[in-house]
Design a binder for this molecule. Structure first.
Ligand code: ZN
Ligand code: ZN
Length: 98
């Protein structure tokens, strides 16, 4: 059995702080950070890097985890969350002003 190589997922506490400062993507309430599970970086069940964190309030967050099928849950909400996460991360690492 081969050892699992050291994960290269992005860790960025500062970015998580900005995520927690945003309104919930679904209902607009105060949010906490949820790490997308459906991005498939390292297969299902692995926690994704901090660049895949999105803002969800406690209610919506609990609802999503209870629902189980993340991709389907976002589809039902009509949100392209992967696109959102990618854009928000890019904006964070490459500020367009100054
Ligand atoms: Zn919410
Ligand atoms: Zn979560």
């Amino acid at each position: 059995m081969t050892l699992i190589p050291k994960t290269k997922r992005i860790r960025n506490e500062e970015y998580l702080k900005t995520i927690r400062g945003l309104p919930c993507l679904v209902c607009g309430r105060g949010a906490e950070a949820h790490h997308l599970m459906c991005v498939g970086e390292r297969g299902l069940g692995y926690r994704s890097g901090d660049n895949w964190a999105v803002p969800l309030c406690r209610n919506c967050h609990t609802d999503l985890h209870r629902f189980g099928n993340e991709q389907k849950w976002w589809n039902l909400e009509g949100i392209d969350v992967i696109e959102w996460a990618r854009r928000n991360w890019e904006r964070y690492i490459e500020p367009s002003d100054n």
